[in-house]
Design a protein around this ligand. Structure first.
Ligand code: GUN
Length: 298
């Protein structure tokens, strides 16, 4: 029997419905959650992601502004804007879309964001808090993967989760989230990466296999255990002349073949993608709630 599809679109919708009540509660107390997004340059994927985040904010009644800089903007300029946004009460959350142009140092920019407004969860303070199990904000994509698993009835508790990919955006934080001794986590976690020998031997031991290498269809059916749950974080654009855009999206897994073997799998698109945006909304609302509970200067 083909694997069940885990619909990120549906689960994201459920979470957004829950969020609406929290936003209404904040508004009743005179607070509208505010999100500032900074984009530098015109990378097509970044343009599309930021526009999706802006649309999701509007649909939920979250106030958002997108600040766009040209590709040749200076690091100083961007840092000055972040400093202004840190002090601007209108915004509870600040996000700088990655990747940045090469002449702008990513770590410098991420370190400049006030950790209490860091709704991406990328500031070293937030990375550290996540690792010790006391997060302000969890990074959106890995947190979305955890929510997908739990809400689709495939809790990682006690399972062997194998993550392929060790990025700071997905692989490493997902490991830090799922290894915690907490409900919805408490998993045995293995990370595979480009230095891993005999990767297939390890991925075949996974109860839950997470593909997050950014390599189109790199996980093939022979790498998957019969009955495993497969989460595909990949979003790869591959040329497709039949599409108006000239491309289509594929994940990091060979979806059609794996579907015949796995118990459940996320589609691309419609799997992890909608969860990333939704968890950003969750973090923005949380930032507003935290400030309301513990007011400070900004
Ligand atoms: N680029 C790819 N994913 C992300 C993300 O989750 N947040 C930001 N800011 N940039 C990204």
């Amino acid at each position: 029997m083909p694997a069940d599809l885990i619909s990120g679109t549906q689960i994201a919708e459920d979470i957004r419905t829950e969020l609406k009540a929290r936003i209404a509660n904040l508004k009743a107390k005179g607070v509208t959650p505010g999100l500032a997004m900074v984009r530098v340059g015109e990378d097509p994927a970044s343009v599309s992601y930021v526009s999706g985040k802006s649309k999701a904010s509007a649909e939920l009644g979250i106030y958002s502004e997108t600040i766009v800089y040209p590709e040749n903007a200076s690091e100083v300029e961007v840092l000055a804007r972040i400093s202004e946004l840190n002090g601007n009460q209108r915004f509870h959350g600040i996000l700088v879309q990655l990747p940045l142009p090469r002449h702008i140092k990513e770590d410098k920019v991420l370190n400049a964001i006030d950790p209490l407004k860091d709704v991406d969860g990328f500031h070293p303070v937030n990375v550290g808090r996540m690792l010790i199990g006391e997060p302000y904000f969890l990074p959106c994509t890995p947190h979305g993967v955890q929510e997908l698993l739990v809400r689709s009835g495939h809790s990682p508790e006690g399972k062997h989760v194998v993550i392929c990919g060790r990025s700071n955006l997905v692989g490493k934080p997902l490991m830090a989230i799922l290894v915690q001794k907490k409900a919805g986590a408490n998993a045995t976690v293995t990370i595979c990466h480009t230095g891993t020998k005999n990767m297939a031997q390890i991925t075949r031991q996974a109860d839950i296999l997470v593909a997050a290498m950014g390599s189109p269809r790199a996980i093939t059916a022979d790498m998957v255990k019969e009955g495993a749950v497969v989460i595909d974080v990949g979003v790869n654009r591959i040329p497709d002349a039949t599409k108006k855009t000239g491309f289509r999206l594929v994940g990091d897994t060979d979806f059609d073949a794996i579907r015949e073997k796995a118990k459940a799998i996320t589609p691309v698109p419609g799997g992890v993608g909608p969860m990333t945006v939704t968890m950003l909304m969750v973090n923005t609302v949380r930032a507003a709630e935290m400030r309301l509970a513990a007011p400070r200067q900004n």
